[in-house]
Structure formats: structure tokens, C-alpha cells
Design a protein around this ligand. Structure first.
Ligand SMILES: [Zn+2]
Ligand SMILES: [Zn+2]
Length: 267
């Protein structure tokens, strides 16, 4: 059992040959996937993918890149969609001060609306944070004082302060193919320090293909390379790391139900 906790199956590069992408994922042992929403306008397409496949779940949210491209997200828009049985997380949301594709004040306002949705639904907040460690910590800390909410930092690329703050809040930390990159020793050091029961793995496909597929279009089957690297870092076997991270996924995303007759015994 192995779960890709973050992919964009509706994006160009994956959407055109989705049946083949899913076949290769199954052949690689990827049992479940979480297809992430980045705009309210794409939610229907994502929900349709999740509805069509027992082993695919979805989220609802507005990516910081896209926060300036749609009207500011309203709490009701998130809550209404979050009630769907296949919607198991809120996001992705957060702050991206590397690309700054949307004004920072809009990114921050949207982030806070997502946090409120996570608080009200109890669904994990899927946080994207790039070159924004300090502001991410500040917002999460202030918001946590108003009432708790579950969550994770996806595609973790931050520093030790962000990792510590996230872990202190009870968050999970999800690592992508970046941990396989030669120049990512700092990130591997952080991964080593994260407790086993807080680790998730993801592809963020179609982006960020791990070594040895680096440079190619990424797809969920390649999460095996990231899980294997994480196993090496943590001193686990690849099989154990796959199982542990899958267990963590179903603990974090408690609304996700393993379809009857799938691999329930492995849970
Ligand atoms: Zn992201
Ligand atoms: Zn993403």
C-alpha cells in the first residue's frame, strides 16, 4: 500500500491519458491518490475524477498562485463543496512568495478563509508554503489560538523553524520528489528529524519528478522513488515506509474510506 497524497490529475500532461497514468500507478503499487484542487473553477472536474474512481479522493481550495485570478474565495464556497463524500481536505492554500503570482494580501486573506473552513469541517488544511516560512508560521500560530484545525505542509521545502512549528501544531509534513534531488541535503536532514508517524509522501504531479525520472512529466507511479528515498533517510525498508506513510495518510485524512475489498487488511 502506497498513497500519493498530492497530485493534480486534471492538469495538462496527466488529464489526456489518465487511464494509462492510473494503470501505471496501480502497477507501481500506488493504492490511493489525493487529487488536489487549485481553483474553485476546476473543482467540478476534480470531483468527477474522484467520483469515477474508488481509490481517488479530492480536495477543495484555491492555490496561492491562483488567488488573484478568481474572486476572493468565500467560506461558503469551500464548505458547500467540502460536504461531498470524496472531498477529504481543504486546499491547497497558503503562501507563495517565490513566484508571487498573486498579490500577497490576497494570498493571505484566502489562506485565512481556508483555515476557517478546516476549523469548521475538521478536514486537514493542505498548506503550500514557498519562500514564506515566517509569514506561514505567523498566520498558522495566530489562527491556532482562535481554535484548532488539522493540517499538513505539502511539498515541504521550508526550514527547521517551519517544520518545528508545523509539528508542534500536530501537522503532518509531506515530502515530494525534491528530497531525491542531489542539492537537497538540507531537506533530507529535516526529513530525518520528522517523526515517522507524521510523514507523508507525494508527487505534486505533473511537476517535480523525482530522480531517476527528473526532468520528465511527473505522475503518481513515481511516488515510489520518493518513498524509497524517505525510507533510506529514515532507515526503514521501502515496504515499511510505504505502509507507514499510507497509514499516516488515512489517519490524517480520516474522512477517506478505503473501498471495501481493496486492501483494507493492510491498513
Ligand atoms: Zn503546492
Ligand atoms: Zn500542488
Amino acid at each position: 500500500m502506497l498513497v500519493d497524497s498530492h497530485c493534480h490529475l486534471n492538469y495538462p500532461g496527466l488529464a489526456e491519458d489518465l487511464p494509462q497514468v492510473l494503470d501505471r500507478a496501480a502497477a507501481a503499487g500506488v493504492s490511493h491518490m489525493l487529487c488536489i484542487c487549485s481553483r474553485i473553477g476546476e473543482f467540478d472536474a476534480i470531483r468527477a475524477i474522484a467520483e469515477a474512481h474508488d481509490h481517488i479522493y479530492c480536495s477543495v481550495g484555491v492555490h496561492p498562485h491562483d488567488s488573484g485570478k478568481e474572486d476572493p474565495v468565500a467560506l461558503d464556497q469551500l464548505l458547500a463543496r467540502a460536504s461531498h463524500p470524496k472531498v477529504i481536505g481543504i486546499g491547497e492554500t497558503g503562501l507563495d512568495f517565490y513566484y508571487d503570482n498573486s498579490p500577497r494580501d490576497i494570498q493571505e486573506a484566502n489562506f485565512r478563509v481556508h483555515i476557517e473552513a478546516a476549523r469548521q469541517t475538521g478536514l486537514p488544511l493542505i498548506v503550500h508554503s514557498r519562500d514564506a516560512d515566517a509569514k506561514t508560521i505567523e498566520i498558522l500560530t495566530i489562527e491556532a489560538k482562535k481554535g484548532p484545525f488539522p493540517g499538513l505542509i505539502h511539498c515541504f521545502t521550508g526550514g527547521t523553524d517551519l517544520a518545528r512549528a508545523a509539528l508542534d501544531m500536530g501537522f503532518y509534513i509531506s515530502f515530494s520528489g525534491i528530497i531525491t534531488f542531489k542539492n537537497a541535503q538540507d531537506l533530507r536532514d529535516i526529513a530525518e528529524s520528522v517523526p515517522l508517524d507524521r510523514l507523508l509522501v507525494e508527487t505534486d504531479a505533473p511537476f517535480l519528478a523525482p530522480v531517476p525520472e527528473r526532468g520528465k512529466r511527473n505522475e503518481p507511479a513515481f511516488v515510489t522513488h520518493t518513498a524509497a528515498k524517505l525510507a533510506e533517510i529514515k532507515g526503514e525498508t521501502p515496504e515499511d515506509m510505504a505502509r507507514i506513510s499510507a497509514d499516516n495518510f488515512f489517519t490524517a485524512f480520516a474522512k477517506a474510506k478505503i473501498p471495501a475489498g481493496a486492501t483494507a487488511t493492510a491498513r
